[in-house]
Design a protein around this ligand. Structure first.
Ligand SMILES: [Zn+2]
Ligand SMILES: [Zn+2]
Length: 255
């Protein structure tokens, strides 16, 4: 199973419009971060996780718009507002594209984007998405996985585990239940918005280091990184098994 990190930036990306690069060295291309999403590819299936506002550029760089299905982790702008870019995927594949989310999130996204799921106006405008409610597990093509609710401050996000791999974006604390889902994981991609500053909605580095000690994955990759997270500085200060991600980074995982 090959995982490509399409984007590993925080909600405003790096650099931040009107604010700049912060502590990130602008001469290192690995510090240029689009908004967070990944694509998981097996022999049979391409599964996109989240629809970043940068989805178009991400898929252009990935050099494929072959997507069989989408799971979105929650309805914050930086995870769903690329939904209209899926029109190109639909046109390429000429079949309704399945979009999976929790009941709460599917309900919200269908309210905001009804025209993508059902005909609401002139027949010229064809809906191209098909909604699927996800509860605690899913099978999409040859990919089967488990989902769990994560605390994202004033809201919740979906954590995803597929075999030895787990993806935990947009999370500020992990419950005992969450730990049970994560124990035994080999490769974990986890939210880490800043080096020092604890926030009410996202994990920072000290917290991720505590979680890593508890879960003991073989490898950890940081995502959803903001402007305090300079790539080379992180490589220097982090233990060998924890790495910052960068856009278009590829990770291979044995399932
Ligand atoms: Zn986010
Ligand atoms: Zn969020």
């Amino acid at each position: 199973m090959r995982i490509t990190i399409l984007g590993c930036g925080s909600s405003e990306g790096v650099p931040v419009l009107g604010y700049g690069w912060g502590d990130c060295d602008k001469n290192n291309p690995k510090n240029f971060r689009t908004r967070s999403s990944i694509i998981i590819k097996t022999e049979e299936t391409s599964l996109l996780i989240d629809m970043s506002p940068d989805l178009r550029q991400q898929l252009l760089l990935y050099d494929s718009c072959n997507v069989d299905a989408v799971i979105f982790t929650h309805t914050h702008y930086d995870h769903v507002s690329g939904i209209n870019e899926l029109r190109s995927v639909f046109r390429e594949q000429n079949k309704l594209l399945p979009v999976y989310g929790t009941l709460r999130d599917i309900t919200e996204i269908k309210k905001k984007h009804a025209y993508l799921f059902e005909r609401t106006g002139h027949k010229f405008y064809k809906p191209y998405l098909e909604s699927h409610i996800i509860e605690d597990k899913f099978t999409i093509g040859d990919i089967s996985g488990l989902c769990f609710d994560q605390n994202h401050g004033f809201s919740q996000s979906l954590g995803i585990r597929i075999g030895n791999f787990a993806y935990s974006t947009d999370v500020v604390s992990l419950s005992e239940d969450n730990f049970r889902f994560l124990y035994g994981v080999d490769t974990w991609i986890v939210d880490c918005v800043s080096i020092k500053n604890a926030t009410q909605t996202h994990a920072h580095l000290d917290l991720v280091l505590e979680w890593e000690k508890e879960i003991k994955p073989r490898r950890v990759f940081l995502t959803h990184m903001g402007i305090t997270m300079d790539y080379d500085t992180l490589l220097h200060i982090l233990p060998e098994n924890i790495k910052p991600s960068y856009d278009q980074m590829e990770i291979t995982v044995d399932r």
